[in-house]
Design a protein around this ligand. Structure first.
Ligand code: NAP
Length: 333
């Protein structure tokens, strides 16, 4: 039986994950059965939500098992097939293991077309993060033309797409990101009206008030924590907050102390709603269709930070928490 390079979860991280929480090993490639395909990994998606699966706590997806491979969105090439829907040379996407080569059930894979978009785009703007942006904003945010949309984590995979969709729908869009270079990118490439660098801003409450003179109608929250507390002082009557992510507290070891949100929401008849993209699976095909259309019409653009090499997958994941990516962080294998 042949073997393949594999990355397992070795330890459950305490606080910030470290390289030694991952183990590089080899594993056996099982024999191909009817309905299965043998695939080689091409691109691996690293995502902040994987941090949650590394802890042994109940969530919307079960935790990873120790000493078993990590699983994430992967684009792979079919090298052998016992499934009539797939042929050698096809490219597929699926939730696959961090391995060089593996056997997968055909039912768990989707064919992707490298002639329609770059392969890596199927992990970002035409994949999970694009759908998160589109469905989170439209289903929960219910944006209306002329309103003000504020986006945190704005230069990342989800945030950069949220802002652009906001512009397509006729909103004024303001983004919050961690460097001046990212703020510039928001305005120059993604068409945001304003940007705020939270790392160089002393008073976020005031900075948001200046950048959003008419207040905030829709807040797309990717980061939680202090930034999102400052937003509360600027929300409008009947505003909506999409709680998409809270990366600023993912590595906390104690429950964060935060201000009480209730009085802010009561005074403004404002709502906050958690959002998980996997709960909207029935809307994914229509979402991908819409995103593809906007991409083809040049209404949407995207940035990617592409790291090279299977051995760099764990480091690329860790770098998300240091803000080293612009747009979607992807590893090319
Ligand atoms: N609910 C869902 O279904 C769903 C699906 C996908 C993603 N998400 C969530 O959406 C958020 C964005 O995900 P993504 O894939 O698009 O990642 P991303 O934004 O491409 O990458 C993470 C970014 O977070 C920022 N960041 C890191 N530490 C931070 C901190 N302490 N405070 C503020 N910002 C910080 C960094 O940018 P800066 O340089 O700007 O700090 C970094 O580039 C995450 O919270 C993720 O968990 C949720």
């Amino acid at each position: 039986m042949s073997t393949t390079k594999t990355i397992n979860l070795k330890n459950r991280p305490a606080g910030k994950p470290e390289l030694n929480d991952f183990e590089f090993t080899t594993s056996e490639i099982s024999e191909l059965q009817e309905g299965e395909v043998l695939v080689n990994t091409k691109y691996v998606s690293v995502d902040p939500y994987l941090r949650g699966r590394m802890s042994d706590a109940p969530s919307y997806i079960p935790p990873f098992e120790l000493n078993k491979p990590i699983v994430s969105g992967i684009i792979a090439e079919v090298v052998e097939s016992k499934n009539s829907n797939f042929s050698k040379g096809d490219h597929v996407s699926g939730m696959l293991e961090w391995k060089g080569t593996q056997v997968a059930k055909g039912d768990d894979l989707l064919k992707v077309d490298p002639d329609k978009a770059s392969l890596s785009a199927y992990l970002g703007v035409l994949g999970m993060t694009g759908l998160t942006a589109y469905l989170g904003l439209t289903e929960i945010g219910k944006p209306k033309k002329g309103e003000t949309l504020l986006v945190s984590g704005a230069a990342g995979a989800v945030g950069s797409v949220v802002g652009q969709i906001g512009k397509i729908l006729g909103l004024r869009v303001v983004g919050i990101a961690g460097t001046d270079e990212k703020v510039e990118l928001l305005k120059a490439k993604f068409g945001f009206d304003e940007g705020i660098n939270y790392n160089t801003t002393k008073n976020m409450n005031e900075a948001i008030a200046i950048a959003c003179p008419d207040g905030v109608d829709v807040y797309f929250d990717n980061v939680g924590g202090d930034i999102s507390e400052a937003v509360l002082f600027n929300i409008n009557k009947f505003s909506r907050t999409i709680n998409c992510g809270a990366i600023s507290v993912y590595n906390n070891t104690e429950l964060p102390k935060s201000i009480s949100v209730q009085p802010f929401l009561v005074k403004k008849s404002s709502s906050m709603q958690g959002f998980v993209v996997f709960d909207y699976a029935d809307k994914h095909p229509a979402g991908i269709k819409q995103l593809t259309e906007w991409l083809n019409q040049d209404k949407l653009s995207y940035s990617e930070t592409i790291v090279e090499g299977f051995e760099n997958i764990p480091q690329a994941f860790l770098d998300l928490f240091e803000g080293k990516n612009k747009g979607k962080m992807v590893v090319k294998v």
